[in-house]
Design a protein around this ligand. Structure first.
Ligand code: UDX
Length: 443
């Protein structure tokens, strides 16, 4: 392999996991983080968020990673500059590109005749690559610089695995020399020195590299997320039909997933999707389509189904409790999915606030230590369940799946559970003396 020197701007989930994966593959990585707290954590060998396997891998590849607050020193020696900064939603639901352009502002004075590629990893609307090119042409007309769109598809909770061994690598670039550099960057991933725990994920076949137009690369990321979100809303709709007809969504899932054309992933019915990507990216794609004169009706339905699903699921608990007012309810799981400490678009927080607004007395629990002002939070599961009239499982942490529900039930005023992720066995819960409510399950 030819080791490359690269700069990665932004040490969030995407930037940090990508930096670690590329360092494990033998490249020399400069990781730039403006946020002083994050920077200090990284400099002391810690990662600033919960992400399995990432911290030990980060420590393993220290010799190939250099952390800095600004990119002044690293751009000169880097052939690739990867932008992995946030692109949050604007109030109008499109992507806010201010962090991208702030990074470019810092990069521009450092560009010269040495060929460099600016690699856009952040999720950005179609046309951003062209916009960046035009910006660079006007601000640094003499610089030799290419722009490549290189979206990532990693999932929180398994981010390193996704950065090391993605199902595919997508590169949207026009200049052949830029494509060649990106091939040199990614080909060594296959043989990266990785933690033992991740060996099982190393693919046998070469990771496919798809070289497509920048516009297609930009849209492909949104398309992938929209499709997965569609699968979730689809199975949630089926669950709702199950609830109305007496069928069982898990039995239907078992039938669907045996069909190779459908596949088994993202068919877990529940309260709906949350997190830092699906809600933001589905809304952004809807906006991108509308602005280009096309209404993406299917996606609009996906988003609507998702925003209504939590209320639909809560309704059955409300009926069983004969209203929420004055009822003591435990909400289990506040992070948007297990194995993360991320609360962005967290259904747990939304549900806790909704119940409070409807007069319930809410206690919340999560296996990660969280600081929450709006909700009464306990890090002790027993204390959280003591004396409650009902419990809602919102995020399917193993701690809840493997809990001794018979003992926990003894602490509760009423043994009533709404399993918002269909994560528990109804038969076991009934045997433990619970009234069990699931999502589209036949009890
Ligand atoms: C997602 C995409 O999977 C990833 O490819 C992209 O790069 C970023 O967005 P992430 O948000 O980290 O990743 O988590 P994911 O595991 O996809 O779950 C997202 C949400 O969907 C969670 O709230 C989860 O509970 C929900 N979900 C997922 C379901 O409700 N049902 C499912 O079957 C799968």
């Amino acid at each position: 392999m030819i080791p490359l020197e690269i700069t990665v701007v932004g040490a969030g989930y995407v930037g940090l996991s990508s930096a670690v994966a590329l360092a494990l593959a033998g490249h020399r990585v400069h990781l730039i983080e403006h946020n002083i707290k994050r920077l200090q954590a990284l400099q002391s060998g810690q990662i600033p968020f919960l992400e399995p396997d990432l911290e030990s891998a980060f420590q393993d590849c220290q010799k190939n990673i250099c952390i800095a607050a600004s990119l002044e020193r690293s751009v000169k020696s880097s052939s690739l500059i990867m932008l992995a900064v946030g692109t949050p939603s604007t109030p109008a639901h499109s992507a806010d590109l201010s962090q991208i352009f702030a990074a470019l502002e810092d990069i521009v004075p450092l560009l010269d005749q040495t060929p460099r590629v600016i690699v856009v990893k952040s999720t950005v609307p179609v046309g951003t690559n062209a916009e960046i090119k035009a910006y660079l042409e006007s601000r640094a007309p003499k610089a030799v610089v290419a722009v490549a769109s290189n979206p990532e598809f990693l999932r929180q909770g398994r981010a390193l695995q996704g950065a090391l061994f993605p199902d595919r690598i997508v590169i949207g670039a026009s200049e052949p020399w830029a494509l060649e550099l990106l091939r040199q960057l990614y080909t060594p991933l296959q043989d990266a020195q990785i933690p033992e725990a991740l060996e099982q994920y190393r693919p046998e076949q070469a990771i496919p590299i798809l070289e497509i137009s920048p516009e297609s690369a930009e849209l492909a990321k949104y398309a992938a997320n929209a499709f997965l979100a569609m699968k979730i809303s689809f199975i949630n709709e089926i669950a709702n039909v199950c609830a109305a007809t007496g069928a069982d969504v898990n039995e239907i899932k078992a039938v669907l997933e045996k069909d190779k054309r459908i596949g088994s992933d993202f068919l877990q019915a529940g309260l709906g999707y949350g997190g830092s990507c699906f809600p933001k990216d589905t809304r952004a794609l809807s906006q991108i389509s509308l602005r280009s004169g096309y209404e993406f009706r299917l996606l609009r339905a996906v988003i609507e189904v998702n925003s209504e699903q939590r209320f639909r699921v809560l309704q059955q608990l409300e009926q069983r409790l004969e209203g929420f007012r004055g009822k003591r309810i435990a909400v289990l799981g506040l992070t948007f999915k297990p194995d993360t400490d991320d609360l962005r678009e967290s259904l747990g927080v939304d549900i806790a606030l909704e119940l409070q607004a409807r007069g319930a007395i809410v206690k919340a629990h999560d296996p990660t230590p969280l600081k929450l002002e709006q909700v009464d939070f306990s890090s002790d599961l027993n204390a959280c369940l003591t004396g409650v009239d009902a419990v809602i499982l919102v995020t399917e942490w193993d701690e809840y799946r493997n809990a001794n529900w018979k003992d926990l039930g003894c602490l509760m005023q009423r043994k009533l559970i709404l399993d918002g992720r269909n994560a528990l066995e109804p038969g076991d819960m009934l045997a433990a003396g619970f009234e069990y409510l699931g999502v589209g399950r036949k009890i």
